[in-house]
Design a protein around this ligand. Structure first.
Ligand code: GP9
Ligand code: MN
Length: 627
C-alpha cells in the first residue's frame, strides 16, 4: 500500500499541482504584483497551495465516482474565479470583491469592453482542465484511484494547515497588521493568495451586514466632534455669490489633469477647457478619491462629502442607507434636482441610489434618442448627449441642480473617424494612444454644450462645475505614459497622476488658478457655500475649497495622502517639490488624520449612522440646511 502511494501519483495531488502552477503563472503574467525580495516571491509561490489542498482534499472523503466529479467541478470553479479576476484586473487594475461580483447589471453592460478584454490565448486559463478531464477519463496507470485511510487524510490536511500557517507567519513578518489594514488588495493577494483573499472578502462582507445591525447612535459622537473640529467657515467674498443660480455639474469621464494645457503630436488636447479655465476658477491640485466604484464613487464623494468604500461600490452595497446629500439639501432649498446620463438607469445601481441621494428626476436612456449613428463604445456620444440634454434643462423648473455624466472618453476609448479632431499618440500602447482623441472629442462636446447654453439663455443664470471622475489610464500603462510625459512613473508620479481637473465657472467672476490641495470630497460644502447655504451642521469630511483657512489636504481611497509639501503613498513619504523620498517623520503629522477620516467615514457607511443623526436632528428641531 505504502509503496503504491509513492510510485503512483494521486489524482488529488495532480489536480492541486495543476491549479497551483496555473495560479502562480497567472500571478506572474496577468497581474502586476510587485515583488521586492525573495521572501515575498516565496510567499507568492506558496500562497495558493493551502487553499487548493484543502478544497480538493475534501474529495478524499469520497468514493471514486464522486471524487472524480468533485475534482473536475471544483477545478473548474476555481479556474473560473481566477479567470474572472484576470479579466477584471485588465480593466480595473484590481481584484474582484464580492459586492462587485454581484453587480451583474454592470457586468452585462460591459459589452464592448469585454470583447476588448478577452482574447483567444485566454483558453490557457482552462487548458489544465482538459488535461485533468483526460486523466480522469482514461485513468492511465501512473494515476492512482483509491479510497483514502484516516491516516492519509489526517496527514494531508495537517500538511495543508502547516503550509497555511507558514504562509501567514511569513506574511505577518513581511507585512505586519496585514488583515487589519485592508486598504490595499494587491498587498492582500500577494500575501495570502487570491483564493484565501476571496474567503477573507466573504468574511468582511458578512461582517459589514452584521455591523449595521449592531450599530447604534453612540458611535456618532466621536465622529461628530472630529467633523466639527475640521469644519472651515466659508470665505465671505464667496459665500452666496451664486445664490439662486442654477447648478450645472459635469462629471468628465476618465479625465485626468495631465491633459490640461498639454499637446499631443503638437496639437492641443483640450483647447476649449484651456480657454474656459481662463474665465473660471481652475483647481490644479485636485484629486479623485474613488475606489472600485469608479464613476459612482465620484458621485458619492461629490454629493455626500463622505469617502466611498475600500471594497465594492457603495452605490451597490449601501444604497439603502440614510444620507444627507446635496440634492436632498437643495430640494429643501427650493431647487429642482436631476441627474442626466444616457445609459441604463440601473448601471451602478443609480436608479436606487439616486432616491437615497434625493434626486427628483433621473434622465436616463429612455429620455434620449439613442441611435446606432449617434453612439460609440459605451453608448451615446457626448456631443449628442449634451445637445439633447439642453431640451431637458429648458423644461426643468428653475433654479435647478443638474448633474451631467459624460461617457465617450471611457475605456477602451473608441471613436469614429469623423469624431477624431486630433490623431492618436504613437506609442506601442493602444489604450494610451486612443485616450487623447477621445479626451479631445469630449472637449469639443463641452464647447458645443456651453455654446448652446449661451444660445438658450441659460449660461448667465448658472454656475458650471466640471470635474474629472477618476483616472483613465491605469498603472498598467506606465510604460507608454512615461514615454508621453518624458519621466519615470514612480509611485510619487502615479499618485500625482490621480489629479483630475476641477473647474468652477461663476458668471461675472474672472479666471483664477487655485493651487489649494483638495479632492472630490470637498465639492459638497464648496457648492453649498457658493449658493449661500450653510453647511456647518452637516457631517462632511470635506471642506470649502474657497475658505481662507484651508488646510491643503487630500486623502485617496487607498490611504495615500497629499499635503501642501508632501505626498505619502506606499508607506513612503515624498517631497512634493522634488518627487524624491524623504524622512517618514515629515508625513507623520498627517497620517492620523488620513487614517481617521477614512475610518470614520467607513463607520458611518457600515453602521448606517446618519439614520441616528437624522433622528437626533429632528428631536432638536434644527434644520441641517438652514437659510
Ligand atoms: C457608466 C459610466 C461609466 O454609466 O458612468 O462608468 P465607469 O466604468 O467609469 O465607472
Ligand atoms: Mn467613469
Amino acid at each position: 500500500m505504502k509503496k503504491n502511494t509513492w510510485t503512483k501519483a494521486s489524482i488529488v495531488a495532480i489536480a492541486t499541482i495543476l491549479l497551483w502552477l496555473k495560479t502562480y503563472i497567472a500571478y506572474k503574467t496577468s497581474f502586476d504584483i510587485k515583488i521586492e525580495n525573495w521572501r515575498q516571491e516565496l510567499i507568492l509561490l506558496i500562497n495558493p497551495l493551502s487553499f487548493l489542498m484543502i478544497i480538493l482534499g475534501i474529495s478524499m472523503f469520497m468514493k471514486e465516482k464522486a471524487q472524480k466529479r468533485y475534482i473536475l467541478i471544483t477545478s473548474f470553479i476555481v479556474s473560473a474565479i481566477l479567470f474572472a479576476n484576470v479579466v477584471f484586473y485588465r480593466f480595473f487594475n484590481d481584484f474582484l470583491t464580492i459586492p462587485v461580483l454581484f453587480q451583474t447589471s454592470n457586468m452585462s453592460d460591459l459589452g464592448s469592453s469585454v470583447t476588448e478584454l478577452i482574447n483567444i490565448s485566454d483558453l490557457f486559463y482552462f487548458a489544465d482542465l482538459l488535461v485533468l478531464a483526460l486523466l480522469l477519463k482514461f485513468k492511465p496507470n501512473v494515476i492512482e484511484f483509491r479510497e483514502y485511510t484516516k491516516v492519509d487524510r489526517r496527514s494531508f490536511f495537517l500538511v495543508a494547515i502547516a503550509i497555511a500557517f507558514f504562509n501567514l507567519g511569513m506574511a505577518e513578518t513581511e507585512r505586519p497588521q496585514l488583515l487589519t489594514r485592508t486598504f490595499d488588495r494587491e498587498m492582500l493577494v500577494k500575501n495570502i493568495g487570491t483564493y484565501n483573499y476571496h474567503l477573507y472578502d466573504a468574511y468582511l462582507q458578512s461582517k459589514s451586514s452584521a455591523q449595521r445591525a449592531m450599530a447604534d447612535g453612540s458611535e456618532l459622537a466621536d465622529i461628530d466632534n472630529y467633523v466639527r473640529a475640521n469644519y472651515l467657515p466659508p470665505n465671505d467674498e464667496m459665500f452666496g455669490i451664486a445664490k439662486g443660480k442654477n447648478v450645472i455639474l459635469i462629471s468628465m469621464e476618465s479625465t485626468q489633469n495631465f491633459v490640461i494645457n498639454q499637446t499631443v503630436n503638437g496639437q492641443e488636447i483640450t483647447p476649449f477647457l484651456n480657454d474656459f479655465i481662463k474665465e473660471s476658477y481652475y483647481f490644479n491640485n485636485f484629486y479623485h478619491q474613488t475606489g472600485q466604484g469608479k464613476t459612482s464613487d465620484s458621485e458619492f464623494l461629490v454629493e455626500n462629502s463622505l469617502y466611498p468604500l475600500s471594497r465594492g461600490a457603495v452605490f451597490f452595497t449601501h444604497s439603502g442607507n440614510e444620507y444627507t446629500a446635496t440634492p436632498e439639501i437643495l430640494n429643501e432649498n427650493g431647487y429642482f434636482t436631476a441627474s442626466l446620463h444616457a445609459n441604463n438607469k440601473s448601471f451602478w445601481n443609480r436608479d436606487i441610489m439616486y432616491q437615497s441621494l434625493g434626486y427628483e428626476r433621473f434622465y436616463s436612456l429612455p429620455d434620449y434618442d439613442v441611435e446606432k449613428e449617434n453612439s460609440v463604445g459605451w453608448g451615446m456620444k457626448d456631443i449628442e448627449f449634451f445637445q439633447q440634454s439642453v431640451d431637458h434643462l429648458k423644461a426643468m423648473p428653475k433654479p435647478f441642480y443638474s448633474k451631467f455624466i459624460t461617457l465617450t472618453n471611457h475605456f477602451p476609448f473608441e471613436l469614429n473617424e469623423e469624431d477624431r479632431f486630433i490623431e492618436p499618440y504613437t506609442s506601442n500602447d493602444k489604450t494610451v494612444n486612443n485616450y487623447f482623441p477621445t479626451v479631445r472629442y469630449q472637449d469639443e462636446a463641452l464647447k458645443l454644450f456651453i455654446q448652446k447654453l449661451k444660445d438658450e439663455g441659460l449660461y448667465e443664470d448658472s454656475i458650471i462645475i466640471l470635474y474629472g471622475d477618476h483616472y483613465g489610464i491605469s498603472e498598467n500603462h506606465n510604460k507608454a505614459m512615461s514615454e508621453y510625459l518624458g519621466k519615470d512613473i514612480t509611485p510619487f508620479e502615479s499618485t500625482q497622476l490621480q489629479q483630475v481637473p476641477l473647474i468652477v465657472h461663476i458668471p461675472g467672476q474672472e479666471g483664477k488658478i487655485m493651487p489649494t490641495v483638495g479632492g472630490q470630497i470637498d465639492l459638497k460644502p464648496t457648492i453649498l457655500h457658493l449658493l449661500g447655504i450653510d453647511s456647518k451642521n452637516n457631517i462632511d469630511f470635506g471642506s470649502d475649497l474657497f475658505s481662507k483657512d484651508r488646510n491643503d489636504f487630500a486623502v485617496l481611497r487607498d490611504g495615500s495622502f497629499i499635503t501642501k509639501d508632501y505626498v505619502f503613498t506606499r508607506e513612503t513619504c515624498y517631497d512634493k517639490a522634488t518627487g524624491e523620498p524623504t524622512e517618514k517623520t515629515a508625513c507623520e503629522p498627517y497620517s492620523d488624520q488620513a487614517k481617521n477620516e477614512l475610518e470614520y467615514s467607513d463607520k458611518i457607511i457600515y453602521g448606517d449612522l446618519l439614520r441616528f443623526y437624522e433622528d437626533e436632528d429632528k428631536e432638536n428641531g434644527s434644520s441641517k440646511s438652514n437659510e
